[in-house]
Design a protein around this ligand. Structure first.
Ligand SMILES: Cc1ncc(C[n+]2csc(CCOP(=O)(O)OP(=O)(O)O)c2C)c(N)n1
Ligand SMILES: [Mg+2]
Length: 371
């Protein structure tokens, strides 16, 4: 298998034996119909499907499961497209193992709120109800994408999702600025900024947290701690017992949650959003999760032992949630399999939609510019 890195093509594919993906078994027939380019608003993802004011009912729990499956499959489709040479550019940074964070966080927000994503932004996009066909069309650089195929900064202002960027941490002060605008306008909106454990050490994060605290901004700072900053373990980069414990230094609440439990993340974000909406200012949440794939798609993870990777797979949030919902009689094994097959068909159709979408015209590169 050849992988393109810059101009060099090298044979490299992560060893699939080290990633016993819960979804790796079986597949389903592709559907003939392409994904609807503009998704029906009744299925606008969790932001509108889940009542963020209360607790989650069985339908909402099943919706959370479906979203996590959809994130995993869209991720896989993007990663595979890159490894097959179908898409080029920056190698995909997947959220395998981290699905519960954006699924739970998106569920805890309400329509009108904003999410500012990282370089792993496709997960919150999917969780917020963006159409997988249009997300993939952008990643395939095709004109039916949200950004007319202009690379991976997939943004849908209508649904409040600001797309990925390559400069880690840059989205956090921007989210602070949006929270300031929301406060000025008194529109009841909240902004949520994702960032990683490595990014947590950047100056921009501390400056944003301090100003947001001083001004009681409606901001949620959500640190997605996946244990790694590329190849560096978090305990080699953070001396404090946790990133969340730094909240005390800013004078704001800090909440350390199990990031592989979508309900825990949902509750933390729902409560932080409520505080922010009532004028009580920002919250720092740290969701402790696991990165089950490499940093980027082609990373063979030579710096991790087989034992460590196998151990982390036991914490796979999809597996854990599936077992929990089965034990609570919310979703049987048969229903899970059916859901998985539906999601696989949906993503296969989304890939077809992206593949069939035309490339933008070269002169369109000069459209939608702001300077
Ligand atoms: C300002 C800046 N510094 C460094 C990089 C290179 N870089 C890209 S991803 C990354 C790791 C970030 O780690 P973390 O914040 O833990 O996020 P994760 O990748 O684990 O989701 C680094 C250092 C960058 N893109 N931008
Ligand atoms: Mg990290």
């Amino acid at each position: 298998m050849l992988v393109r890195i810059g101009n060099i093509r090298v044979p490299m594919r992560p060893d699939s034996d080290r990633s016993p993906d819960v979804l790796a078994d079986g597949g389903s027939e592709a559907t003939s119909s392409a994904a609807d380019p503009v998704r029906d608003d009744d299925w606008a993802g969790l932001l509108s499907a889940i009542d963020a004011d209360g607790d989650l009912d069985p339908d909402e729990l099943r919706m959370l499961m479906r979203i996590m499956l959809l994130i995993r499959k869209v991720d896989r489709a993007w990663g595979d497209a890159y490894l097959e040479g179908e898409v080029e550019g920056i190698p995909p940074s997947l959220s395998t193992g981290q699905e519960a964070v954006s699924a739970g966080a998106s569920a805890g927000l309400q329509p009108g709120d904003f999410q500012f994503t990282t370089h792993r932004g496709q997960a919150p996009m999917v969780a917020s109800g963006l159409d997988p066909g249009r997300i993939l069309a952008d990643l395939y650089m095709r004109s039916d994408g949200y950004n007319s195929g202009k690379s991976y900064h997939v943004t849908d202002v209508e649904r409040g999702v600001i797309g990925m960027g390559g400069i880690i941490g840059a989205q956090v002060p921007v989210a602070g600025g949006k929270a300031l605008a929301q406060q000025f306008r008194d529109d009841g909106g909240v902004s949520l900024a994702y960032f990683g454990d490595g990014t947590a050490n950047e100056g921009a994060i501390h400056e944003t947290a301090n100003l947001a605290a001083m001004w009681d901004l409606p901001l949620i700072m959500l640190c997605e701690n996946n244990e790694y900053n590329i190849t560096q373990r978090v305990d080699e980069a953070v001396k404090a017992p946790s990133v969340a414990s730094r909240a005390a230094g800013y004078g704001i609440p800090g909440d350390l949650v199990d990031g592989n439990d979508p309900i825990a993340v949902f509750e933390a974000v729902r409560d932080a959003a409520e505080r922010a909406r009532s004028g009580d200012g920002p919250t720092l949440i740290e969701a402790q999760t696991v990165r089950l794939d490499g940093h980027l798609t082609h990373d063979p993870q030579k710096y991790r032992s087989d034992g460590e990777i196998a151990d982390r797979w036991t914490q796979c949030p999809i597996r854990r949630f599936r077992e929990r919902l089965a034990a609570e009689d919310v979703l049987s094994k048969e229903e899970f399999d059916e859901m998985k097959a539906e999601v696989e068909s949906e993503v296969e159709a989304a890939v077809e939609f992206a593949r069939e979408s035309p490339y933008p015209e070269p002169e369109e590169a000069y459209e939608d510019l702001w300077a």
